[in-house]
Design a protein around this ligand. Structure first.
Ligand code: ADP
Ligand code: MG
Length: 610
């Protein structure tokens, strides 16, 4: 019998290893961006074609590599970041396993250009299937450019496994966002299929958050900052009113590394308790810095999961820091700021953690933090009466039928005061266009579209006066290319649109990116909506008597209103009728047509010749 064991050739071993590190284009994006950060770059460009399936390129102005290092970098376990096991416990760089470039070179065609400041020429290397194809000196700027082409060209099974371009691109934007978020001092750009999706100037964390997550968070961010000897936390959380129905704008970084932690997420959520409706998600971008020795980032190969030496203390710390921040900015209603009893019992809170840290801990440490005034958990109770209960902000009238009093407004509405809409008033829809509603001695025939236009019009008017309409950030921003004339109009109404819930940003010549739409506009349809909106806006543009915003509000009302021919449920009819009669001027639509007609029994009898 011959012996059976053979050593796998390097390229196969690398391909297998690559499976863990590079699952999809976004994993390569993450690794390349992190390498650029580790190289000390101040400007990093990401270029994508075909959702990363044909090209992922990262260009940085970092340290660059020597000829030997450049060549070595593609070897498995080749790293400049650790030399021995001890280093692992002090690691401050993003990478250290020396696997990324080796993995990428095993599953793609890679072109590397690099030059160090001190070298006269740069180096160009082409690698494919883990083998160097070409190597030559070149002229290059200081820094490194790595282009990986045709990911998984030699592993068709994996290539077929990739999702649609839209899905893969979304993953790429997620990874880009995470890295860009944690290094606001670095300029980042993202270009996909020759369109610039992001251009993030270096700046403060706050600026970076707004650049990435949308302008609607501007002036809606509450700073979180607590320093102790054991760990520091800093960042921002959104004011309660910015909480969304979809999870999404939630970021935790530990030592600048993005992590997913349901446990810490829970800590933040619990800090918002009573301030936001159930099933809604506050925005947060929080950075925890602590001694790398007490964190094990090595648990998961893609390093999104993390183990803390003492999870509970971090939980308590995060929760308290967020509560503290929210309370300081008086955005909290009444809260019970006492630490959770079970957490109070924790030995780590009762006493300093180790003997060595004891003296340090007694002065200005987390120990003090948890026992003294002005620290995270210690917030004096505010007079309850000064603060509005959150329900006043969040409970909208749609949850209940309005009282009769609010429907009857005799001064402005001659008709509705004969109206007795009760929870069981019978509403009927006719030919999917009209709603009948009994009145004291007859009935009203309401035109659903005209009525809804009035309702939306008044809501938007109110919104454009003070509180802007809530924006929902698009999962994947849509790019719009416009005819020059339309582009000019859009440019002109952009700030007003922002107030009305549309976050649209100019993106070069006649091009715009829709970052967000009003929360109740269906996603995926943004382009169409803007097109219609512009059409309608042009329709009103002859009406010189209208202000820009008035035209816009009218266009939007017309666009968003329920159209004739739409079947309505009983609940929808009831809401519409309630909303209509809560309007300041319920009897006419914004363009002056009646919203309803009243038929009195005597009139009807006459018509029948009685
Ligand atoms: P790791 O980042 O874990 O060290 P990688 O495979 O990602 O491993 O990279 C291997 C080595 O190549 C790095 O340790 C670094 O020395 C070098 N390197 C990779 N990318 C760059 C870059 N953009 N600029 C400078 N050096 C780089
Ligand atoms: Mg790396």
């Amino acid at each position: 019998m011959p012996d059976k064991i053979t050593l796998l050739p390097d390229n196969i071993a690398n391909q297998i290893a690559a499976g863990e590190v590079i699952q999809r284009p976004a994993s390569a994006v993450k690794e390349l961006l992190e390498n650029a950060v580790d190289a000390g770059a101040t400007a990093i460009k990401l270029i994508i074609a075909d959702a990363g399936k044909s090209l992922i390129q990262v260009i940085d102005n970092g340290s660059g590599m020597s000829e030997t290092d450049a060549r070595m970098s593609f070897e498995r376990h080749a790293t400049s970041k650790i030399k021995n096991i001890e280093d692992l416990f002090h690691i401050r760089t993003m990478g250290f396993r020396g696997e990324a470039l080796a993995s990428i070179a095993a599953v793609a065609q890679v072109e590397l250009k690099s030059k160090r400041e001190e070298d006269e020429t740069g180096i160009y290397i082409e690698v494919e299937n883990s083998a160097v194809k070409k190597q030559e000196p070149i002229a290059a700027p200081v820094g490194t450019s790595i282009a990986m082409k045709n990911l998984f060209f030699n592993v068709p099974a994996r290539r077929n496994f990739l999702k649609s371009n839209a899905a893969e691109m979304r993953h790429i934007v997620d990874e880009f966002t995470r890295v860009a978020m944690s290094f606001p001092e670095i300029l980042f750009t993202l270009n996909a299929n020759n369109q610039q999706l992001f251009h993030l100037e270096a700046g403060s964390l706050k600026q970076r958050i707004v650049q990435l997550l949308g302008n609607n968070y501007n002036a809606k961010l509450v700073a979180v900052k607590e320093d102790t000897d054991y760990m520091n936390i800093y960042g921002f959380v959104g004011k309660p009113e910015t909480a969304k129905k979809t999870r999404g704008d939630q970021y935790f970084f530990v030592n600048n590394r993005f992590i997913k932690s349901p446990y810490l997420n829970h800590a933040v959520m619990s800090a918002y308790q009573e301030m936001i409706p159930k099933d809604s998600f506050p925005m947060y971008v929080l950075f925890i810095d602590l001694d790398p020795a007490v964190v094990d980032v090595n648990v998961h190969p893609t390093k999104q999961e993390i183990k803390f030496e003492d999870e509970k203390i971090i939980y308590a710390f995060v929760q308290a820091a967020v509560k503290h921040a929210l309370a300081q900015f008086s955005v909290t209603p009444t809260l019970d700021f006492d630490l959770d009893a079970s957490i109070q019992q924790l030995s780590s809170i009762q006493q300093p953690f180790t003997e060595e840290r004891k003296s340090a801990a007694a002065s200005g440490s987390i120990y003090k933090g948890f026992t003294q005034k002005h620290q995270a958990h210690f917030i004096e109770k505010t007079d309850r009466s000064e603060l509005k209960h959150w329900k006043d902000f969040y409970e909208s009238p749609e949850t209940g039928v309005r009282s009769q009093e609010s429907i009857q407004q005799p001064e402005t509405h001659p008709t509705p005061h004969t109206l007795h809409l009760t929870p069981d008033s019978e509403l009927t829809q006719l030919i999917n266009t009209y709603i009948t509603l009994p009145s004291s001695n007859g009935f009203l025939l309401i035109h659903q579209q005209a009525a809804h236009e009035r309702v939306i019009y008044e809501q938007l008017k109110a919104a454009s006066k003070d509180k802007p309409v809530a924006t929902q950030r698009s999962m994947f921003p849509v790019t719009l290319e416009m005819a020059p004339a339309d582009a000019a109009i859009l440019e002109e109404i952009m700030t007003d649109l922002q107030q009305l819930g549309f976050t649209i940003e100019p993106f070069g010549k006649n091009t715009f990116v829709i970052q967000g739409t009003p929360a109740d506009v269906e996603q995926g349809n943004e382009k169409h909506i803007i097109d219609i909106l512009l059409e309608q806006y042009k329709h009103f543009s002859n009406e010189v008597k209208f202000s820009k915003r008035e035209k816009l509000v009218r266009s939007l009302a017309r666009q968003q209103a329920i159209k004739t021919g739409t079947r309505l449920t009983e609940r929808e009819m009831r809401k519409l009728v309630n909303d209509l009669f809560a309007c300041e001027q319920s009897n006419v639509s914004p363009d002056g047509n009646p919203t309803y007609l009243e038929f009195k029994q005597e009139q009807l009898e006459k018509m029948f010749g009685k």
